[in-house]
Design a protein around this ligand. Structure first.
Ligand code: PEP
Ligand code: MG
Length: 557
């Protein structure tokens, strides 16, 4: 009898094949005294760290895209001087190199977790770096992905970015990864982000997949968020039919986003660097719906100059000549602190001096950024729209749009991420040329559930009817004013939710480029009338799972 294990699906893909699991990690080192002099141990650590950092950099070069940034960051962690000092202190106490690395990294991890936010999220990456260094010291192969000699469904607790980035997806390879299932990790884990970017069929957070054994045949159904064990012949045939249908949709020429009745829904890309432009265009992005400028400057200790910014924005706008590009001014604070904008200690940074609030407290930095954008705009011919994050009031909207227009920017809008802004969208849109709904933060603030906390992850679901009602309100305000309402949070990348969002009044959808094909395919199955009916079904539910189920039923899937 087949059985269904549930998790969180990434995208719409479906795949089938035999399971191969990542090897069990060897036991961590023990707290032991070394038989070698401290100096010799220090030499071993230096050699191992350098080898691991070089290996990560090599992987970064091959990987490209977001994966490159993640891997480069890991390589930098490996060679962090404060870690080196912590290791040395343990070696001076006579400990083994293996223990010193393991223990010092664990201490550093605890510190990062206590800081929380973006740094806290990086804490798990430290475990991977430490395991790689210890494996090197022991002369063992680096932990990671197996090579069973046949295509396989990879099952792992979670994957290190270094492994996800380099998964073998070549259809001709004997060790091709057909799908990925993780028992841990949620939809915003690195594994999920990279899987989405690479278009890997994936189900994450499927805890019960831990009992799968090598060779078990499974169906991985990302659209349903399930892993079917011991499937029947009929189930396998149906999965294959769907996989073929999707392959055909993916192979179809890339067309502009539209509903079945021809209603245009431009599909745009979320980008954090001009480097992603070529790939986004190749995947059919009709422009950029969210350029996260803070990602350019996460490691800067000083505010970037107008010239440095102009160069980056010019690259971006040049790549999208003739197309719409929505740039967001720096969204610093909470999980993305920028040292030059956020120096205050805050107990609740997500509710603190974040986004436009931090920029307003440092108006010179905001003016410089708007000036750089206006200069890049004047030198290129993309259609530049500029927006501010974390707007809570009508007054903030008026302040930002007036300032942006003063420096010469033509199309100025706001993000709707705070429930207050959604509730007063009709008044906000009197000042702004457009609104773009950030569903990640709108969900976090509506549900009072920190988007980084696994313990409240079930509340962090944009399908929640309370979130959908707020989106509907913004959609109605946009329609009343004849102004565009985009969606740029992760919700737009969920193929069925994308249909609901259009039914609620969204006029464009922006997402990670790898999600474009699935969303394009999904939109093409429904008319605007269908989308409104499906949205209505979701709005009437009591909670997020019920809303998703009601939408699925209304969509006939
Ligand atoms: C959002 O909050 O949905 C959003 C798009 O902004 P970010 O994820 O960068 O906070
Ligand atoms: Mg946001």
């Amino acid at each position: 009898m087949s059985e269904t294990i549930t998790g969180v699906g990434i995208g719409l893909g479906v795949a089938q094949g035999p399971v191969a699991r990542t090897p069990k990690r060897t036991p961590p080192p023990r707290d032991e005294r070394s038989g070698r002099p401290a100096e010799e141990e220090a030499g071993r650590v230096r050699e191992a760290v350098a080898a691991v950092a070089a290996d990560l950099m090599r992987r970064a070069e091959t990987a490209g895209g977001t994966a490159r940034d993640v891997l480069e960051a890991q390589a930098m962690i490996a060679e962090d001087p404060s870690l080196e000092e912590a290791v040395q202190a343990r070696l001076d106490d006579g400990k083994t190199a293996e223990w010193a690395v393991h223990d010092a990294f664990a201490e550093f991890r605890a510190t990062l977790e206590a800081v929380g936010g973006y740094l806290g999220e990086r804490a798990a990456d430290l475990d991977d770096v430490a395991a790689r260094v210890v494996a090197h010291l022991r002369g063992e192969p680096a932990p990671g992905v197996p090579s069973p000699g046949h295509p396989f469904v990879l099952v792992a607790p979670d994957l290190a970015p270094a492994d996800t980035a380099l998964l073998d997806l070549d259809p001709a390879s004997p060790n091709r990864v057909l799908a990925l299932v993780t028992t841990d990790g949620g939809p915003t884990s690195h594994t999920a982000i990279l899987a989405r970017e690479k278009g890997i069929v994936a189900v994450v957070g499927a805890g019960r997949a831990a009992r799968l054994a090598d060779g078990d045949v499974v169906i991985v159904d990302a659209a349903a968020g399930s892993v079917v064990t011991d499937p029947s012949e009929d189930e396998l045939a149906e999965a294959q039919r769907r996989a073929d249908e999707r392959a055909a949709a993916e192979a179809a020429p890339v067309t502009p986003g539209a509903l079945a009745d021809g209603t245009a829904v431009p599909l745009l890309a979320n980008l954090g660097s001009p480097k992603g432009a070529a790939e986004a265009l190749e995947l059919g992005a009709e422009g950029v719906g969210l350029f996260r400028t803070e990602f350019l400057f996460l490691s800067s200790t000083e505010a970037p100059t107008v010239e440095a910014q102009r160069a980056e924005y010019t690259k971006l706008l040049t790549a999208f000549a003739g197309k719409k590009v929505v740039v967001r001014v720096l969204d610093a604070g909470a999980d993305k602190p920028l040292p030059f904008l956020n120096d205050a200690e805050e107990d609740n940074p997500a509710l603190g001096l974040r986004g436009l609030r931090a920029l307003r407290a440092n108006e010179d930095i905001l003016r410089d950024q708007l000036t750089a954008l206006a200069q890049a705009d004047a030198a290129t011919d993309a259609d530049l729209w500029v927006m501010a994050p974390m707007i809570a009031t009508v007054e903030e909207t008026a302040y930002f749009t007036a300032l942006a227009r003063e420096v010469g920017l033509k199309t100025t809008g706001v993000m709707v991420e705070v429930p207050a802004a959604a509730l007063l969208a009709d008044r906000i849109l009197k000042h702004a040329d457009f609104a773009s709904i950030g569903t990640n933060d709108l969900t976090q603030y509506t549900m009072a559930a920190d988007r980084l906390l696994g313990t409240v992850a079930s509340l962090q679901d944009p399908w929640h009817p309370a979130v959908l009602q707020l989106i509907e309100r913004v959609g109605e305000a946009g329609a009343a004013h004849g102004k565009p309402v985009g969606i740029c949070g992760e919700a737009a990348a969920d193929p069925l939710l994308a249909v609901v969002l259009v039914g609620l009044g969204a006029t464009t959808l922006s997402m990670a480029p790898a999600a474009l094909a699935d969303v394009r395919f999904s939109l093409g199955r429904f008319t605007l009338e269908d989308a409104r009916r499906i949205a209505h079904a979701a709005l009437g539910a009591d909670d997020a799972p019920a809303a998703r189920a009601a939408a699925q039923a209304a969509a006939g899937s």
